[in-house]
Design a protein around this ligand. Structure first.
Ligand code: FAD
Length: 495
């Protein structure tokens, strides 16, 4: 069997993989990036393709030149998105919320191709058609076995970076409890209910859609949403996703049912890519980022760790900054000659304490928990009644939400607003009582209090491995308190 010895092996040619590989290679390490797809299909990934502020170095740190990518017209095919729309057609609700300029719906394939090129330009060696099927471990993770172009290959390394996406197979293969850690391993293996399932098609319409400057979301019968994200006025990324702790929805059929009666999709075609219809589905992390993303010889980032917005499922930029963080931590640990849990801890520290967005995502997951506890129709009524500003902030970025607390204090005012705005038959359509609605508003207000508690706890994330158990016990205490406040039975606890 052919054998490769490298400083760093990165599994995955997605966003997190490219940011990790570029960062480690730019610092002078010998890096190989493994991707199961062929070169020309790299970056061909199921995604809604919505991206915000691609030129912001805080969101996309490291050696990848995002300005060059954003300047590429093949990537930013539509540069015109300036609003979010929420439609609940059954209720006659259409909410239009202004959206940050600099928001885009990209050609995700071209974006992925540019990232792969840049990872290579920064010095990473790339092996395509390489499927990782085993993780090597001996007290620490030491490498992987793979099949490359049909031949078995062994890759040995100081640090393995797992960027194999949501539900990474590597995490199932590693026996974390047998690794050499000072106490129980800190790495948290996610549960399948922490993921969603999502599917999208690229549809080409005959005429420009009226909402060509908006990203549109509509509720589903289970917790989740249908989206229409226009790449161009006539090329629409249409998709849907739902959370796996709910009844499964046959995604492709449900999408067809949704669009078949819409006038703008009459005569429309699904675009072609690689001689087939451009339709793709995948898992998506809908949980807080993992408590710890390191194990001896092992770092993980992106969809594999849950750096995804827990409400919208957007994870492009989380994959970028967490991939960068993994590459950076690998460099430091290898330079220091310490790839133990302790030596790799910098990845957790940087993400939770220094960069900070992982901490905000983790705190915001409380809204996912609270929403999961509600009947979908109550949630729809609540969304219909929430003033536009609150809605925007809940589905917007975490940096925009800091004053939400005060806004939610208007809970009872919101309810009055709803009662004034909608007729009793609207309640009947949804089968929702005013009492249920009132309880939901109170629950949302209470959830905001817990979001603040989580924020305080994540701000105090341990700077090194030694404080972890204590920190986690305190965080688990907040979880239990929160579940009690929501009146959730143990089987309904998310974590
Ligand atoms: C349908 C859908 C819509 C979405 N819409 C949006 C959106 O509009 N905006 C947004 O910001 N986010 C969106 N997301 C989320 C976003 O796409 C992900 O968070 C992001 O792609 C995660 O990047 P990643 O690099 O971690 O993983 P991925 O992009 O999944 O990349 C993982 C890579 O690893 C490779 N790989 C996996 N296993 C192996 C193996 N065993 N051997 C070798 N290679 C392997 C895969 O082929 C893949 O290339 C969406 C997700 C889905 C599923």
């Amino acid at each position: 069997m052919a054998c490769n010895q490298r400083d760093v092996v990165v599994v995955g040619g997605g966003i997190a993989g490219c940011f990790a590989a570029a960062t480690a290679a730019a610092a002078g390490l010998d890096v190989v990036q493994l991707e199961r797809k062929p070169r020309e299909q790299g970056g061909f990934i199921a995604c809604g393709d919505a991206i915000k502020s691609p030129r912001d170095p805080q969101k996309y740190p490291g050696p990848i030149d995002m300005d060059a990518i954003a300047d590429d017209e093949a990537v930013l095919v539509d540069n015109n998105i300036d609003q979010i729309e929420y439609w609940d057609e059954e209720l006659g609700v259409r909410k239009v919320l202004p959206y940050e300029t600099g928001s885009n719906v990209i050609d995700r394939y071209e974006f992925g191709q540019r990232l792969l090129e840049q990872a290579a330009d920064n010095g990473a060696v790339q092996h395509y058609d390489t499927v990782v099927n085993e993780v090597l471990q001996d007290g620490r993770v030491t490498g992987v076995k793979a099949v490359r172009d049909g031949e078995p290959v062994r890759y040995e390394c100081d640090v393995l970076i797992d960027t194999a996406g949501a539900q990474s197979i590597l995490q199932d293969m590693i026996e974390f409890e047998t690794l050499d850690t000072p106490g129980a391993p800190t790495f948290e293996v996610p549960h399948y209910t922490h993921f969603g399932s999502a599917y999208r098609e690229i549809i080409e319409t005959e005429k420009p859609v009226e909402y060509h400057n908006a990203i549109v979301g509509k509720p589903l019968e289970e917790l989740g949403y249908i989206w229409y994200f226009p790449r161009t006025p006539t090329q629409i990324n249409v998709g849907l996703g739902f959370q796996m702790n709910k009844e499964p929805i046959p995604l492709a059929d449900r999408l067809r049912r949704d669009i078949e009666d819409r006038p703008e999709y009459q005569g429309a075609n699904v675009a072609e890519k690689f001689d087939t219809k451009n339709k793709l589905g995948s898992a998506i992390a809908l949980r807080r980022p993992l408590d710890s993303m390191v194990a001896p010889g092992y770092l993980t980032a992106g969809g594999a760790v849950g750096t995804t917005h827990p409400i919208t499922g957007k994870g492009i930029r989380g994959a970028a900054y967490s991939g960068y963080s993994a590459g950076r931590a690998a460099v430091e640990a290898i330079e220091d000659g310490d790839v133990s849990e302790h030596g790799l801890w910098e990845h957790n520290r940087w993400l939770y304490r220094e960069h900070g967005e992982a901490a905000k995502l983790a705190s915001w997951d409380a809204y996912n928990v609270a929403a999961s506890a509600l009947e979908v129709n109550v949630l729809r009524a609540l969304t219909a009644l929430l003033p536009e500003a609150e809605l925007r902030e809940i589905v917007g970025t975490s940096t925009e939400v800091d004053d939400l607390k005060s806004k939610l204090l208007v809970g009872t005012g919101v309810l009055k607003n709803f009662l004034a705005e909608y007729r009793r038959d609207t309640f009947e359509t949804l089968g929702v009582s005013t009492h249920e609605l009132y309880e939901a508003v109170l629950g949302l207000r209470e959830t905001r209090t817990y979001v603040s508690e989580y924020e305080r706890q994540y701000d105090a994330y341990p700077a090194d491995r030694s404080g972890f158990e204590r920190w986690r016990a305190e965080r688990d205490y907040i979880d239990r308190d929160f579940y009690d406040a929501l009146d959730l039975s143990p089987s309904e606890h998310k974590y």
